[in-house]
Design a protein around this ligand. Structure first.
Ligand SMILES: CC1=C(CCC(=O)O)c2cc3nc(cc4[nH]c(cc5[nH]c(cc1n2)c(C)c5CCC(=O)O)c(CCC(=O)O)c4C)C(CCC(=O)O)=C3C
Ligand SMILES: [Fe+2]
Length: 310
């Protein structure tokens, strides 16, 4: 019997492929308003600092490929075909949905490469995908909202933190603080009861519990420099706070649990800014490798997708 072909819409933020993409990309992030020359220069400088462009383009594609492969290995009822749909650069979410339809697909599952749900993040991806599906007609799409609590995902971070701790001399392990971070969002999301902060807190608690962490905390990173207030505490302030506490921490392990790949926010905001501050205070910076295409992580995504068929 023919296996039914299912579209797998893998949605992600997107990143400039080359220097010339930075302006149109940043303009798209700003909903079509070109940022100031100063803001553009600042972003270009950050990409320059991590090697010119981000590794994210390649990693997002590799994650989509790995997920497709894993899904087709794990079951034989359906054939999954992955389509990348990006938020701010080609291939755009809408184009991916159109392509599925053109390829004769009438049912898809969408998943965002972001673990936690927010109206500002995942819902924005989903709305665009569903709108396009409705426009096409006779095309149904199941949209996954979040998967932060998928056990394999938690397990990935539990193992990562434990690996980092194992490298720290035993007598210094109780002088180690673990910081769980996620992208900050404007505080106004709280007014509508957005689950984002709670989901991130829950993720941190689950990991800390399963890894038996003595000292851990949660903080927000990469807040925008806009007029309105963003969720805090900011990670840089949180580092200072921890140093002021009586434990006299020596080691700091950074776990950016809101992101899933090596990219600008981690390579710059964590590995440069957080590292610089930690070292200036006399501490030692540690940061496990991001999920990327780790089998546990891909399994977490695959299980989440397959659960939509139950
Ligand atoms: C919640 C969230 C995630 C995680 C969930 C998800 O993945 O969806 C995320 C991921 C990412 N954000 C990214 C890049 C950027 N985000 C920006 C700006 C912003 N992000 C926001 C939110 C988020 N962002 C917000 C509310 C703004 C302010 C908008 C404004 O300015 O009004 C800007 C503008 C300049 C700056 O502010 O730095 C850039 C360049 C990249 C790719 C980096 C690379 O290329 O490696 C990735 C994965
Ligand atoms: Fe962003």
């Amino acid at each position: 019997m023919n296996q039914k072909k299912i579209g797998l819409l893998v949605m992600a933020y997107g990143t400039p492929y080359k220097k010339e993409d930075i302006v149109p990309y940043y303009t798209a992030i700003r909903h079509g308003h070109r940022p100031s020359d100063e803001q553009i220069a600042d972003l270009a400088r950050r990409y320059e600092a991590i090697g010119g462009t981000s590794p994210l383009a390649e990693l997002t594609q590799a994650q989509a490929n790995a997920l497709e492969k894993r899904l087709n290995e794990q079951q034989s009822v359906y054939t999954f075909k992955a389509y990348l749909g990006l938020k701010y650069i080609h291939p755009l979410i809408e184009d991916a949905v159109q392509q599925m339809h053109d390829d004769g697909i009438d049912h898809a599952v969408s998943i965002a490469l972001a673990p936690h749900y927010s109206r500002f993040s995942v819902q924005a991806y989903t709305d665009r995908a569903q709108k396009k599906a409705e426009e096409i007609g006779e095309f149904t799409m199941t949209s996954i909202k979040s998967w932060y609590d998928q056990p394999h995902f938690i397990d990935f971070w539990v193992r990562s933190v434990k690996d980092q701790l194992a490298k720290i001399p035993e007598e210094e392990r109780d002088q180690t603080g673990v910081l769980f971070t996620a992208h900050s969002l404007p505080k106004k999301i709280l007014k509508n009861g957005d689950p984002y902060p709670d989901q991130i807190r829950e993720t941190a608690e689950k990991i800390a519990d399963q890894a038996n962490l003595l000292h851990y905390t949660q903080a927000w990173q990469s807040a925008g420099k806009t007029g309105d207030p963003w969720l805090g505490p900011d990670v840089l302030n949180q580092i200072r706070t921890l140093f002021q506490q009586e434990e006299h921490f020596k080691h700091f392990i950074f776990c950016p649990i809101g992101f899933v790949a090596e990219h600008l926010e981690v390579l710059f905001d964590n590995d440069r800014e957080c590292r610089t501050l930690v070292e200036s205070l006399g501490g030692i910076y540690h940061r496990p490798q991001m999920p990327d295409t780790h089998p546990l992580f891909i399994d977490a995504l695959a299980s989440t997708v397959l659960n939509t068929f139950e």
